[in-house]
Design a protein around this ligand. Structure first.
Ligand SMILES: [Zn+2]
Length: 369
């Protein structure tokens, strides 16, 4: 039994951008199962977490709502037309206002984003750790994209030496708390987003409580103590972590998904204080922040949209002096003290705060695996 299926714009990227496809089945449930086999990801778009047709999806057989027929048991005949119509405004959560439709129009016309994707971005909750060099471009691009809830954690005040790279802050913000300056900038760019401030250092006392409120965490920390704390808390809370770091002309980025490795698989413990220079000691080219921060923001949006291959099990290395990008493979280390088979770290640790960032030689990156 073959029926015709009308595919609205938001779902067309799943079916090779076709308007109509054919599917087999004697009733609606069988047709939906067949669509998911033919076009993996289809079910995830139309069914909710418990497997029911999502409340924001209207399903029609020959233009009649299936709720008025037999639901998923509705029998189908050859040549019937089935349509899956998502609510384009309202429905499951967020509605796109006319202002948003205009603001996000360059997203909405992309098949990988569309109305469904944009509403997913608006529903997303992302924590940016650090409102500094990396946190600035990350938070800015997430706000511009419409990420509905952006958390910022930072306890510092704006210093004149920050202004060479931290684009959330301006000269008039010197001595203001960074999170306040950051919120003002983000809301000036996009008043639709909610910027949640955590004006505190991240410690073992508050890490679970703060990180637990978000779906994805972006690490823009400038010190090892925070970097390890964020890594450990994200692993223990099963949060997605988009990591990035910069020093001088070098940058790194990677994405950790729960159960697929962590920062400690690469670097099991922080280096002793003084072994690795900090940004304050060695310096950083300001424009490097934009390169790595933009990659982190892109990774977040890919995760939210479920598009492409995230930078998982790969470490991106950017050498700006030679202008070379390379990725080295990284893997979950069964011996990792945190995510390994026999973990020795089962709670959060506060390290002495010291600044810096290690840079592995490409040949070393596979060593822990
Ligand atoms: Zn690990």
């Amino acid at each position: 039994m073959t029926v015709n299926v009308y595919v609205p714009t938001p779902f067309r990227h799943l079916v090779g951008n076709r308007v109509r496809v054919r599917a087999a089945g004697g009733n609606l449930r069988e047709v939906m199962d067949d669509l998911d086999v033919q076009f993996p990801g289809f079910a995830a778009q139309v069914r909710d977490g418990s497997g029911e047709i999502a409340t924001h999806i209207g399903v029609y057989v020959n233009q009649i709502e299936v709720e008025a027929l037999d639901g998923e048991a509705t029998a189908l005949a050859v040549g019937d037309e089935v349509a899956f119509i998502p609510a384009l405004a309202g429905g499951a959560g967020v509605a796109l206002t006319p202002e948003m439709v205009e603001r996000y129009s360059r997203h909405l016309i992309m098949p990988q984003v569309g109305s469904v994707g944009q509403r997913g971005i608006i529903a997303a909750r992302v924590l940016v750790v650090g409102a500094g060099g990396l946190g600035s471009p990350v938070a800015l691009y997430l706000a511009l994209a419409g990420v509905g809830t952006i958390g910022l954690i930072d306890f510092d005040v704006v210093d004149r030496s920050n202004l060479q790279r931290q684009i959330l802050h301006q000269t008039a913000d010197i001595d203001r708390p960074k999170v306040e300056s950051a919120r003002e900038t983000l809301l000036a760019h996009n008043p639709n987003v909610d910027v949640v401030l955590h004006e505190a250092p991240l410690t073992s006392d508050n890490a679970f409580e703060v990180i637990g409120q978000y779906d994805i965490v972006v690490n823009g920390a400038d010190n090892f103590a925070t970097r390890y704390l964020v890594n450990d808390a994200c692993y223990l809370l099963e949060k997605k972590l988009v990591d990035g770091s910069i020093l001088m002309f070098d940058g790194q980025a990677t994405t950790y998904l729960p159960g697929q490795g962590c920062y400690r698989c690469l670097y099991p413990a922080p280096p002793p204080p003084g072994m690795v220079p900090s940004c304050a000691e060695a310096g950083v080219l300001g424009a490097m922040c934009a390169t790595i921060g933009s990659i982190q923001a892109t990774e977040v949006l890919k995760l939210v949209l479920g598009q492409g291959q995230p930078l998982v099990n790969r470490l991106l290395l950017y050498d700006a002096l030679s202008l070379e990008f390379r990725t080295v493979r990284i893997r979950r280390d069964p011996e990792c003290p945190l995510c390994g088979d026999h973990p020795t770290i089962t709670e959060l640790i506060d390290y002495e705060a010291f600044c810096g960032s290690p840079f592995p030689h490409p040949g070393d990156a596979d060593a822990p695996a």
